[in-house]
Design a protein around this ligand. Structure first.
Ligand code: UT7
Length: 333
């Protein structure tokens, strides 16, 4: 294998897939005590996509991946590294990345693995792929974030079930000879001191599934939304500034901010604190809700295909999620 170190790692292709079924706030108001006014006013969400019965995380990943590979002008056989980020793997093991590899019908001598960093998964995945590719050993990496959040929601809990949606976003990262292009910098972090703030208590080795865990609904997502909100605003601002500083640029140089889509009020506050005007902030939460790690690559695909980024533009990605985890990436298109 040619191990020449690349000058940069660029985003060569993007793709997304969201399930067909649309569930509106009005639909949800028929199953829990809520309203379009509350959901939209507090979160910015109008509707979300929900996977069909039997539609899996890897099925969604497959569709997003195919779109990304095609837009990169490659075939699945050109991919030499697969990273799937998800909190809803098809099963605890084997990894969804291995299941996806088989569905893509690609080579069996390449590393394929899952990475779990909750909503920050995509930004973590980009850093891991970029670091592995810097050695020169991998030329075209597929990073795909796929989330079937509907599989872990308690449809009787109005404080959580209205907020999330299903979907998948993917990028093909490629080793390039270009200078000062692609992924310019990445900062990651985590704080595991209060894991209960956002978690799914049962189903793992700490609390294996049992009649009791099902009866008590411990296999559902639990969140202290107010606490998460406070941390999200502070940390997203800090990490955005940190990655800009690392790359020697200022917020004014950013052409587009793509934040994790958890709440428009979080996004607006972060953008305001960074002094990035709203026209430079991409928001699509209205259509999809919070799709966890898939939210940034879904948005990325929409801005690329929508012609909202031009060659040379600086795009800032900032994520925050359970763990707590966080990360920010600066990309030059
Ligand atoms: O991606 C992972 C990261 N996740 C996040 O970033 C989520 C961050 N948090 C949030 O986005 C917000 O905290 C929420 C949207 C989850 C909630 O907004 P909030 O302004 O913090 O509302 P709250 O939790 O303080 O609840 C206010 C009220 C409560 O009633 P009382 O106690 O004031 O009488 C809730 O019971 O709203 C009530 N409520 C609802 N009412 C109607 C909670 N959920 C609903 C609902 N419909 N769906």
């Amino acid at each position: 294998m040619n191990s020449k170190r690349p000058n940069s790692i660029i985003i060569k292709g993007t793709g997304k897939y969201v399930p067909e079924r649309i569930v509106t706030n009005d639909d949800l108001s028929k199953i829990v005590d809520t309203s379009d006014e509350w959901i939209f006013g507090r979160s910015g969400i109008k509707r979300r996509r929900i996977a069909a019965d039997g539609e899996t995380t890897s099925d969604m990943a497959l569709k997003a991946s195919k779109a990304a590979i095609e837009s990169a002008g490659l075939t699945p056989h050109d991919i030499d590294l697969v990273i799937v980020t998800t909190v809803n793997p098809d099963m605890l093991f084997p990894s969804t990345a291995c299941i996806l590899q088989a569905k893509l019908g690609i080579r069996n001598n390449i590393p394929c693995f899952d990475l779990e960093a909750a909503c920050s998964g995509f930004v973590y995945g980009m850093e891991v792929a970029t670091s592995m590719m810097a050695s020169g050993r991998y030329k075209n990496a597929l990073v795909v974030s796929s989330e079937k959040m509907s599989s872990m929601l308690d449809w009787k809990d109005r404080s959580t079930c209205v907020l999330f949606g299903d979907g998948s976003g993917a990028v093909v990262l490629a080793a390039s000879g270009e200078e000062n292009a692609g992924i310019l910098g990445n900062v990651l972090g985590a704080d595991g001191s209060d894991t209960a703030m956002l978690c799914m208590p049962a189903g793992g080795s700490a609390m294996p599934p049992s009649e009791r865990t099902v009866r008590e609904g411990l296999h559902y997502l639990k969140m202290d939304g107010r606490e998460v909100f406070k941390h999200a605003v502070r940390i997203m601002q800090e990490k955005a500034l940190e990655v800009l500083d690392l790359c020697g640029v200022s917020a004014e140089d950013v052409a587009l901010l793509i934040p994790h889509q958890a709440n428009t009020r979080i996004i607006e506050t972060v953008a305001k604190r960074l002094k990035i005007p709203s026209e430079k902030v991409y928001v699509n939460i209205e259509n999809y809700g919070n799709t966890s790690s898939a939210s940034i690559p879904i948005a990325l695909d929409e801005v690329v295909r929508g012609g909202k980024v031009r060659k040379g533009d600086l795009v800032l990605l900032v994520a925050f999620g359970a763990g707590l985890t966080w990360g920010a990436t600066l990309v030059r298109f």
